[in-house]
Design a protein around this ligand. Structure first.
Ligand code: HEC
Length: 118
């Protein structure tokens, strides 16, 4: 009985962690960064493509993206043409840990395939 309960708890907390990251991303980034379409900002797919080219390793990808979003700056941008086209991304005021979760979610998610979006 204890074992089942433990497994159940471990499983639900895993699920919750997954949903949290998705919720953070969909609630805070997708308004500007649609998954596939670049409208008022480059799409998430476009950003991910650029980032993967510059930072193929998950650790570097997450570290650079969370640092950049924490304080968007032209000097550290790897998408200067996006700044020219849409203007610099505004400062959002998230903490670093939240931004790492979001960046990790972007790295882990295949946006062109069906995935949870809540
Ligand atoms: C109010 C609109 C807006 C929101 C909300 C927003 N962004 Fe952006 N973002 C932009 C625009 C516009 C650009 C393109 C110009 C630039 O690169 O600064 C951009 C660019 C970026 C880039 C490219 C950085 C580079 O090298 O230039 C990353 C990464 C990024 N956004 C991540 C995020 C994440 C993660 C979130 C959610 C936490 C988010 N953005 C929310 C507007 C937004």
């Amino acid at each position: 009985m204890m074992k089942q309960l433990f497994l159940f708890l471990a499983f639900t907390s895993l699920l919750t962690a997954g949903d949290n990251r998705s919720l953070l991303f969909h609630g805070n980034c997708v308004t500007c960064h649609h998954e596939q379409m670049s409208i008022s900002a480059p799409s998430t797919n476009e950003i991910k493509k650029h980032y993967l080219q510059a930072f193929p390793q998950r650790e570097d990808f997450v570290s650079f993206m969370s640092e950049w979003v924490l304080e968007p700056k032209e000097e550290t941008s790897i998408m200067l043409d996006a700044i020219a086209k849409y203007e610099l991304m505004p400062l959002l005021g998230f903490d670093k840990e939240t931004l790492k979760d979001i960046a990790g979610y972007i790295y882990d998610t295949e946006f062109s395939k069906k995935h949870k979006s809540f």
